[in-house]
Design a protein around this ligand. Structure first.
Ligand code: HEC
Length: 233
């Protein structure tokens, strides 16, 4: 597979060493790619596509340099290769283009396979998510926004509400599809999938207890888009 990607690089010439903006690259990666890919330094947890820390580990150990990895990632963004012909899963082409594609490829190549956390400007590039203040219902409405940066998380993984009729709104400013769903004994209540400022809404009637809310878009719950709703007087 990597051999094919490396060939793609020489064929398309994607500038493995032109200057790039890694901070912008990280932001775009988190928003446009992270819902499908694990990348430790970007703290993304998507499981639809391959783990991007593992993807280049062997090649880097074998001596491939990061500029070549960068070219391979750039090519994959513009002209996604199918990795497993027996189990064809495609990656959408051109999720980012132009400078954005250059920046994303440079960021991925700079951090792939690295443990620990980003530091300096890169650490501040993307707001941490998921551990915000618990959401509390007001007047029968609970608001649980999706992470605005596109991560697989709601802004909080804890919510509370009194028993009775409850509307849950989940605004999603990011460009990644998300919704809100709630596990109930009678079957899951599932809101509409939205993005770009849409609001996913469900209306339920809840008894005291604990419930799980989650995003039902495939792979998103597994990636961390899940939280706990506590219902009590
Ligand atoms: C909708 C899910 C999805 C999104 C979004 C996505 N990818 Fe992928 N990606 C995949 C899948 C699936 C594959 C594997 C393709 C295959 O096996 O046919 C893949 C493969 C890759 C590979 C090759 C990995 C390897 O093992 O060599 C790279 C690199 C990559 N993606 C980078 C990106 C970047 C960068 C972005 C953002 C611009 C991105 N992906 C966005 C699903 C996605």
């Amino acid at each position: 597979m990597l051999a094919a990607l490396a060939l793609g690089l020489s064929a398309c010439g994607s500038g493995g060493d032109e200057p790039a903006d890694l901070v912008a690259g990280k932001q775009q990666f988190v928003e446009k790619c992270g819902a499908c890919h694990v990348l430790n330094r970007a703290e993304t947890k998507g499981v639809t596509g391959p783990n991007l820390d593992d993807a280049f580990r062997q090649s880097l150990e074998d001596g491939m340099n990061r500029a070549t990895v960068r070219g391979a990632v750039h090519d994959q963004i513009l002209y996604p290769a199918m990795l497993d012909a027996k189990n064809p899963v495609y990656m959408p082409p051109k999720l980012v283009e132009g400078r954005d594609a250059v920046n994303v490829a440079a960021y991925v190549a700079a951090v792939t396979g690295r443990s620990g956390k980003d530091t300096g400007a890169l650490a501040a590039a993307v707001e941490a998510v998921g551990s915000g203040e618990p959401a509390v219902a007001e007047n029968g409405v609970l608001e649980i926004p999706a992470a605005p940066g596109g991560q697989l998380a709601y802004v909080t993984d804890k919510a509370s509400a009194p028993p009775g009729p409850l509307r849950i709104d989940s605004p999603n400013e990011s460009s990644v599809d998300h919704n809100i769903a709630l596990e109930l004994e009678s079957g899951d209540e599932i809101g509409e999938v939205v993005k770009d400022g849409g609001v996913s809404t469900i209306e339920v009637d809840v008894d005291p207890g604990t419930y799980t809310y989650f995003c039902s878009v495939p792979g998103h719950r597994e990636g961390g888009m899940v939280g706990e709703l506590t219902v009590k007087e």
